[in-house]
Ligand binder design. Structure first.
Ligand code: SF4
Length: 187
């Protein structure tokens, strides 16, 4: 028998019930479930994580789930809580009004601008990244990313924003925030 594998079908499409499992996408605290349930959850999460990590759509999936649509479920190696953390770091939120082909469009305060970070660095050259982050009300990793960008002198422009609306974060910015998460270090 010949098995035909459709390379465009992501792993989650074969087992949607796993990715929609509430225990997986909104995990309970360890103290709230039994040891057996915790072990079962750990195995389930590791399996879904492996599938996502090897998925060719991973980067696109993560970006859309963070920036464009506030989907439920375990998506692109992240829980809903993980994606909220990324949005907080980026300073964005997802509007729930569905006006795009994917559902809800992105809005928010927008990421801190490169110019703002560089101006703060110029004004406070002895500040640590943490101090600059506090001044600008953003994360330390955001400051580091902009300073690294300045060092490399290769500014990667974020996609153009809609007039009157902040620009979307770049894919690079989303991946930088993802790298800060515990889940990015799970093998
Ligand atoms: S990365 Fe996204 S598309 Fe790929 S398996 Fe995970 S949830 Fe599905």
């Amino acid at each position: 028998m010949t098995i035909v594998v459709d390379p465009t079908t992501p792993p989650c499409a074969h087992v949607p019930e796993v990715y929609q499992d509430e225990l997986l996408h909104s995990p309970p605290a360890r103290a709230d479930i039994t040891a057996a349930q915790w072990d079962e959850l750990t195995v389930k999460r590791a399996s879904a994580h492996r599938q996502c990590a090897g998925c060719p759509l991973m980067v696109d999936c993560l970006y859309r789930a963070v920036v464009e649509v506030d989907v439920s479920g375990f998506v692109a190696c992240t829980t809903e809580s993980d994606r909220r953390m990324i949005r907080r770091q980026l300073g964005i939120e997802v509007q729930q009004t569905a006006t795009t082909p994917y559902g809800a469009p992105r809005i928010g305060g927008g990421p801190i601008s490169h110019e703002a970070v560089m101006a703060a660095r110029l004004a406070h050259p002895k500040d640590t990244c943490h101090q600059l982050a506090e001044r600008l009300s953003c994360s330390t990793s955001t400051i580091k990313r902009h300073l690294r960008r300045a060092r490399e002198q290769s500014v990667v422009a974020a996609p153009a924003g809609v007039p009157g609306r902040p620009a979307q974060p770049s894919v690079e910015a989303v991946l930088d925030c993802f790298d800060e998460l515990e889940t990015s270090r799970v093998a």
